[in-house]
Design a protein around this ligand. Structure first.
Ligand code: NAI
Length: 322
């Protein structure tokens, strides 16, 4: 059997990880013949809760799960890893200003960026899930100068998957039939689910659905508000679907998209007027363990205004930290 792949997961005692860890241990990322080692990072006060999750992982007797490491030390968690899911972050507490929330998370991702810079495998893929995910990823990149910034992305796939299902329902097609959907921008209510290029079985979805009002007044705002709707209905935030999206994004990034588009938030090199250094949701294709941004798309006035709004928010988050 091959050497186990080392996967670090932060926020291991949290809600998302209560789904994510079991999916990883089941082989949902690397497939059914690749053993794995899990490195679970959480705060010192969460170690008891992590121990409980580890007991449950053990009780599943996953054949592929060769080892589990529990730690509160980022360097130990990231040492030589092949992949890392950065899920742990500081939630907003009562009375906390947005600026303080950004700063508290910037501190976490600064520390983790430095540790990744020093000890992670040079080909490791780092997926930031913890919010504010895009800005946390920018901070991480800025603090990991010897680590390839293209090996870091933040999660926009949950928004992408949410939009896929709503579009497939409306067009009465399968989610797998849809290609060229794009979710642009920040993982926040400003993100923009864009159907302009989307097709189902080769036919433009905008023609099949032929309902511009639904697109602009229902789809886009509903995807933007979906997280809130889930909290209202469930009394807790999306966790299993977030874990699923994290695996989808990492798996496509590692194993490729077969010429299809997906959405990933990656460091900007200035495409589409997105300032360099921001981590922003864009259309990508993945091949050979790397992504390429789909370039050269013509954006109309509506798309530009939506993109400008979400970029403005990302710039605001960056500026609030400087
Ligand atoms: P949770 O509150 O249940 O768990 C967070 C865990 O992170 C806790 O166990 C906490 O102790 C840990 N943690 C905090 N600071 C840490 C640090 N410095 N190092 C390691 N662990 C640390 O939260 P949940 O529901 O699991 O969500 C996690 C994050 O994912 C949140 O920020 C949430 O907003 C975000 N999220 C992002 C999505 C996206 O699409 N990008 C979608 C859904 C959630």
């Amino acid at each position: 059997q091959s050497t186990p792949k080392k996967i670090a997961v932060t926020g291991a005692a949290g809600q998302i990880c209560y789904s994510l860890l079991f999916r990883l241990a089941n082989g949902d990322l690397y497939g059914k013949s690749q053993p794995i080692e899990l490195r679970l990072l959480d705060l010192p006060q969460a170690q008891d809760a992590v121990r409980g999750v580890v007991m449950e992982l053990e009780d599943c007797a996953f054949p592929l799960l060769h080892n589990i490491v529990m730690t509160d030390d980022p360097r130990q968690a990231f040492e030589g890893v092949d992949a890392a899911f950065l899920v742990g972050s500081r939630p907003r507490s009562k009375g906390m200003e947005r600026r303080d929330l950004l700063a508290a998370n910037a501190e976490i991702f600064k520390v983790q960026g430095r540790a990744i810079n020093e000890v992670a495998g040079r080909r490791a893929k780092i997926l930031v899930v913890g919010n504010p995910a895009n800005t946390n990823a920018s901070i991480l990149i800025a603090n990991a100068p010897d680590f390839n910034p293209r090996q870091v992305s933040s999660m926009i796939r949950l928004d992408h998957n949410r939009a896929l299902t709503q579009l497939a329902r409306k067009a009465a097609c399968g989610v797998g039939d849809i290609d060229k959907l794009v979710v642009w921008g920040n993982h926040s209510p400003t993100m923009f689910a864009d159907w302009t290029y989307a097709t189902a079985a080769g036919r433009p979805l905008s023609e099949t659905i032929a309902d511009d009002h639904w697109y602009k007044e229902v789809l886009i705002p509903e995807i933007a508000r979906r997280g809130t709707a889930i909290i209202e209905a469930r009394g807790a935030s999306s966790a299993a679907s977030a874990a699923n999206a994290a695996i989808d994004q990492m798996r496509d990034w590692m194993h490729g998209t077969d010429g299809r588009w997906t959405s990933m938030a990656v460091i900007s090199q200035g495409q589409y007027g997105i300032p360099e250094g921001l981590v922003c949701g864009v259309p990508v294709m993945c091949e050979d363990g790397d992504y390429s941004v789909v370039e050269g798309l013509d954006l109309d006035g509506f798309q530009k205004s939506k993109l400008d709004k979400t970029i403005e928010e990302l710039v605001g988050e960056r500026d609030a930290l400087s």
